[in-house]
Design a protein. Structure first.
Ligand code: TXA
Ligand code: MG
Length: 349
């Protein structure tokens, strides 16, 4: 039986609840100490966590997810001083970024030192991705456990990442020791990954923290790794991701009265788009409202994976999704949408 710990943000400060809370946190810590794997909330997506020093525990993560062993995990911490155990002294530029964006939705790839971390967790690389999450419950778990936790997204490899505890249970129940059931992830897409092993730094995966925000802090340019031309620096980027089982197609420019969908008469159609598109969509189409309007990028990112999961579990044969304008704030969102579609695009008309 998978254990479920219900811990909400309000529980952390509820004076009447402190004893029960401490008991839950202690139980979770002991489970990690014994090499168990547990689904935990973060502000980006839910993670599947284990003690990053324990290779046996890390192997459980890879097999529960069906994840290829050459795809390294992100190491989660609650305090910068923990980095002393496994990275060299931090460059001041990295430190300034950590101060600006941590705790929060960005991971930094740093040179790895020593053999403190399980080499399985970092896929035998000589670098390591680290993140300090801000989700209050995720953060509390990290603080109480006081150990580095390796945590990839808590989905089966190839499925959309989980943005709430139910998604984790749907994918991984009986494959994990337990799941912490807390608030949904507020960002909804995985962290920005910034490669800081060479200068200028390079964005290996776009996310909520944008290139422009990073450049403003660094006062210098940040590169982006193009998945088409560059050799992937994040091994994970080479795998197809987040895909529902039906064909998924982006409608560039969005839907209007002139939009002609390339579908057969017999196909059941699903559309994921902003609420403002609803008026152009027929009764026989399954519509999921992703966000308020075409500029609501944050809300769209927060709801994207949930929408993909609902469509995936429905009886529609083909899915279309609104393509958002290309602006800095939509980069992470559109990156995930394109990855889910495998770059299949039509023009909205
Ligand atoms: O928001 C997130 O980052 C979530 C939550 C749970 O923190 N975690 C997450 O982990 O998305 P995962 O394992 O699904 O994605 C980690 C990405 C992969 O693309 C992996 O290849 C890359 O980070 N990565 C990790 N360590 C790396 C390294 N040393 N060098 C290059 N890429 C690395
Ligand atoms: Mg993932």
């Amino acid at each position: 039986m998978t254990k479920i710990w219900k811990i909400t943000e309000a529980d952390l400060t509820n004076a009447d609840n402190q004893e029960a809370l401490l008991e839950q946190l202690e139980e979770i810590k002991i489970a990690f100490t014994y090499g168990e794997i547990i689904g935990i909330p973060t502000e980006t997506v839910y993670g599947l966590a284990a003690d990053a020093r324990n290779s046996e525990a890390i192997n459980k993560i890879f097999s529960a997810k069906g994840r290829p062993g050459d795809n390294p995990l992100i190491i989660h911490i609650h305090d910068i001083s923990q980095l002393e155990d496994f990275t060299a002294v931090l460059d001041e530029r990295v430190l300034s970024l950590m101060e600006a964006f941590w705790p929060g939705p960005i991971s930094f790839i740093l040179p790895l030192t020593g053999d403190y971390l399980s080499s399985t967790a970092v896929a035998e690389l000589d670098s390591v991705a680290v993140r300090m999450p801000s989700h209050p419950v995720g953060r509390k778990i990290l603080q109480h456990a006081d150990m580095p936790l390796a945590a990839p997204s808590a989905n089966i490899s190839g499925k959309p990442s989980p943005t709430n505890a139910q998604h984790v249970i749907d994918d991984l129940e009986d494959r994990v020791y337990g799941v912490v059931d807390s608030e949904s992830a507020i960002y909804g897409i995985e962290s920005t990954v910034l490669d800081c092993t060479q200068f200028p730094y390079r964005i290996a995966r776009p996310g909520a923290v944008t290139k422009e925000q990073l450049e403003a802090v660094l006062e210098s340019a940040v590169d982006t790794v193009s998945s088409q031309t560059d050799k992937p620096i994040s091994p994970g980027m080479k795998y197809k991701h987040y895909a529902p089982s039906q064909p998924l197609i982006v409608i560039e420019g969005g839907i209007n009265n002139n939009t002609k969908l390339p579908v057969e008469r017999t196909q059941k159609v699903g559309i994921i788009a902003p609420e403002t598109s609803r008026e152009f969509i027929g009764e026989d189409i399954q519509f999921i409202s992703l966000c308020r309007d075409r500029n609501s990028y944050r809300e769209a990112a927060r709801n994207l994976y949930s929408a993909l999961r609902i469509m995936d579990n429905s009886d529609v044969d083909i899915i279309f999704i609104h393509g958002f304008d290309k602006v800095p704030e939509s980069e992470g969102l559109m990156n995930r949408i394109y990855k889910a579609t495998g770059n299949e695009v039509i023009q909205g008309g």
